[in-house]
Design a protein around this ligand. Structure first.
Ligand SMILES: Nc1nc2c(ncn2[C@@H]2O[C@H](COP(=O)(O)OP(=O)(O)OP(=O)(O)O)[C@@H](O)[C@H]2O)c(=O)[nH]1
Ligand SMILES: [Mg+2]
Length: 350
């Protein structure tokens, strides 16, 4: 007789037959699969991303859409508010501890509200939090309790948005022990986890795959230092037309037209920012890729795109989960970046 047993770290079904497949354990007495064991005890993560889509949840739930500020430009990719039949929705903006002190959260929420009103998206509330530091988590718990109305609550969102970290924090606040693991590998959680909450339950769910993540290009040991997870002190370059900034080996930003501007780059310290003349940029990059401009992989290819930015609008160029560039129009810019890497140009929310 075989007994189904789930890994307590990620929720995958445990198995003893194939070491190369998910859920492997030496014997069924173990509670963590091989991957979660390595993560928990050695901070080692297996490469490769699970491309899961929407989690399956019951009808008439209270859905908490956990959106990291790292993914804020992707907020409308899926209309989650239409996806889960009969449910109501709360929007949680996570990772706010990574934003600069000067960011006005109220203004950001106001802009999000305006946008969602325009699109007739119905959020019961929009709550900013830091799952990591616990900031505003008590306020969120109060909001959830207020809107729960005898329903199960589900934390839903992109991979790496911080659902499991938030789940742990809420559990901890209520003195409940949970085993689910959190970490920088996108797609860590593989199945539902639950704790009692109010009259019913709170569920953590597997994240929704967001393509073009930096984790698709490098092994964990490299991409873990590129993903934004701590407060970023932006670098502001005063650029003239025809100047470029080489961003690690991931991208080249070129300011083609627009006079003289202060342009801010929000990247981890581990990503080098190298300013140069546009006419030299590509040659310089080719010459020093792999040495000055890292991490470089010779199998990677790049694409080039030009954008026209309108006057009186502040823009945000988001390069996957590694950083953002803020620039005011009007301007013409060129972006050269890893083919397939997620790159978005949106109006800035802050
Ligand atoms: N700075 C910061 N980091 C956070 C915050 N919340 C989560 N993280 C980090 O983000 C990474 C991903 O967190 P998880 O909680 O595993 O994300 P998830 O949404 O459960 O991811 P999947 O299970 O893959 O869907 C981890 O390294 C966390 O430490 C936050 O509020 N601030
Ligand atoms: Mg998770």
């Amino acid at each position: 007789m075989s007994i189904d047993k789930k890994c307590q770290g990620c929720g995958v079904k445990l198995q003893t037959s194939d070491i190369t497949k998910l859920g492997y354990v030496l014997d069924m007495n173990h509670d963590l699969c091989k991957d979660c064991f390595n993560l928990k005890h050695y901070h080692k993560v297996k490469d490769g991303i699970d491309t899961a889509s929407m989690p399956v949840i019951e009808e008439n739930a209270l859905v908490v859409y956990v959106l990291s500020v790292n993914h804020i430009s992707e907020r409308l990719k899926y209309r989650l508010d239409r996806h889960f039949y009969g449910s109501e929705f709360i929007l949680v903006i996570n990772h706010i501890d990574t934003l600069e002190q000067s960011v006005n959260l109220n203004r950001m929420i106001h802009k999000l509200r305006e946008e969602t009103n325009r699109l007739q998206m119905k959020w019961l509330d929009i709550v900013p939090v830091s799952a990591k530091t616990g900031k505003y988590v008590n306020e969120l718990i109060e909001t959830l309790a207020y809107f729960q109305r005898n329903r199960n609550i589900y934390l839903v969102g992109y991979q790496n948005s911080g659902k499991s970290t938030l789940f742990q924090k809420i559990a901890q606040t209520n003195n409940i022990d949970v085993s689910v693991l959190a970490g920088k590998k996108p797609g860590l959680t593989q199945d539902l986890f639950d704790i009692p909450f109010g009259t019913k339950k709170l569920f953590d769910t597997p994240g929704i795959y967001l393509e073009g993540s930096i984790a698709e290009y490098y092994p964990f040991e490299i991409y873990k230092d590129l993903i934004v997870e701590q407060k970023i002190k932006p670098t502001i370059f005063q650029l003239n037309e025809s100047q470029s900034v080489i961003i690690g080996a991931q991208a080249i930003f070129s300011f083609l037209k627009g006079g003289f501007k202060g342009i801010s780059f929000h990247f981890n310290k581990s990503v080098s920012l190298h300013r140069t003349k546009y006419e030299n940029a590509y040659e310089l990059f080719d010459k020093h890729k792999g040495s000055l401009f890292k991490p470089y992989n010779e199998t990677h290819t790049y694409v080039k795109q030009t954008f026209k930015l309108n006057q009186d609008t502040k823009y945000e160029i988001t390069i996957s989960d590694i950083g953002v560039i803020h620039i005011k129009g009007d301007a013409i810019i060129e972006m050269y970046y890893l083919k397939g890497l997620r790159l978005t140009l949106t109006e800035s929310l802050y």
